[in-house]
Design a binder for this molecule. Structure first.
Ligand code: AMP
Length: 174
């Protein structure tokens, strides 16, 4: 198994969820355990030596990779969710997406002062989602140790929005 194999199994869905967007469908990775395991192995390696206290996953696909990584690494998982889903007191950040505007929320007691968090999502596009997630961690008093993505759409220049953050991506599409 190679990175190229992983790249090739990701399915392009044109015009989803809106005309002009080519959606990267990662469900073929999840469907085959050897692909999912390979993806988790390389993502876990990218998080080595960063002294991370928690993994924060961004709803929804960030939950899949983030929760699996947290369990492997024996650390806690923090859900960063779409609006109205979290039951306890929450902080809110608005952000703009490649295809619209949205809000993310985190429980106010999710992270404590100075704790180090890896923010995980499936894909980095324009960077708005990750920027909002990073702000939520910081509002709780935490430190974003790294933003980790399986996929980067490098032509959308998400990295430009995430200055001063350690960004790691596994597969880049240009
Ligand atoms: P952005 O905020 O523009 O970096 O968008 C990243 C978020 O939107 C991630 O949670 C992705 O899952 C999702 N997303 C954005 N663009 C795409 C795309 N072309 N294919 C799949 N997911 C995408």
């Amino acid at each position: 198994m190679t990175h190229q194999d992983l790249k090739e199994i990701i399915r392009d869905i044109p015009d989803f969820p809106k005309p002009g967007i080519i959606f990267k469908d990662i469900t073929p990775i999840l469907k085959k355990s050897e692909y999912f395991t390979y993806a988790l192995n390389v993502m876990e390696k990218a998080l080595q030596n960063l002294e991370i206290d928690y993994i924060a996953g961004i709803e929804s696909r960030g939950f899949i990779f983030g929760a699996a990584l947290a369990e492997r690494m024996d650390i806690g998982f923090i859900p960063i969710r779409k609006p109205g889903k979290l039951p306890y007191k929450s902080y809110k950040e608005e952000y703009s997406l490649e295809y619209g505007v949205n809000t993310l929320e985190i429980h106010q007691d999710a992270v404590s002062e100075g704790e180090r968090v890896a923010v995980v999502d499936d894909l980095l596009a324009t960077g708005g989602t990750a920027l909002a997630a990073n702000r939520l961690i910081e509002r709780c008093g935490g430190k974003v140790a790294v933003d980790l993505f399986l996929i980067e759409l490098s032509f959308l220049k998400g990295r430009d929005q995430l200055k001063n953050v350690n960004i790691k991506t596994i597969l880049s599409f240009s």
